[in-house]
Write a protein that binds this ligand. Structure first.
Ligand code: GAR
Length: 203
């Protein structure tokens, strides 16, 4: 099994989905570290309860020094023996230092069908735009925000009376299905071609 680290900032439901998937002996990843920039993130407590190694590296202790914060994260990832990293609701922009250090080995899940709606408030923006399909994307992390090669996507319908919360919940269910699927796919494909093997799931 490939040692994979998870970075999160909050609730950790996608981290839970990855951790649960990795319990299967046939899943190609084992979670070697769950790391958060927020010491009080519920996802970190969840991982502790699951018996996994956790680290909190509080960005507030580094002031404006993003580079120092990312060096500390990188050191923790290396120390844990991570060979790949999954961002799962990690809500800080990364600098080129970390994206370069983990180029081709860092995945992110984003709550829209990229390249539509990069950034925040994706569900509100999807409703405003009037799209009839919305969803989520797992992609490799590059320097540009939400821009890297797509590994997998899932789509859900936008229903007439949807609120942003209802739509978010429908997408989130698909995130939990897609992320383990895309990670499995990524780890078992030739890395040189993995970026071309996107899967579309219509729910
Ligand atoms: C998820 O919906 C994820 O796609 C999104 O944050 C949520 C985290 O939930 N990520 C981003 O918006 C990244 N910019 P979780 O902590 O329950 O997995």
């Amino acid at each position: 099994k490939t040692p994979v680290a998870i970075l999160l900032s909050g609730r950790g439901s996608n981290a839970t989905a990855l951790i649960d998937a990795a319990r299967d002996p046939a899943f190609p990843a084992r979670i070697c570290l769950v790391l958060s920039n927020k010491p009080d993130a519920p996802g970190l407590e969840m991982a502790r309860q699951a018996g996994l190694p956790t680290r909190a590296i509080d960005h507030r202790l580094f002031g404006k020094d993003r580079a120092a914060h990312e060096h500390a994260i990188h050191a923790a990832l290396e120390e844990a023996g991570a060979k790949a990293v999954c961002l799962a609701g990690y809500m800080r922009l990364l600098t080129p230092y970390l994206t370069n250090a983990w180029a081709g080995r860092m995945l992110n899940i984003h709550p829209s069908i990229l390249p539509s709606f990069p950034g925040l408030h994706t569900h509100e923006r999807a409703l405003e735009a009037g799209v009839r399909l919305h969803g989520c994307t797992v992609h490799l992390v590059t320097e540009g925000m939400d821009e890297g090669p797509i590994l997998g996507q899932a789509a859900v319908p936008v229903l007439p009376d949807d609120t942003a919360d209802m739509l978010a919940a429908r997408v989130l269910r698909q995130e939990h299905a897609l992320y383990p699927l895309a990670l499995r796919h990524f780890l078992t494909q030739n890395p040189a071609t993995a970026a071309n093997s996107a899967a579309l799931v219509v729910a």
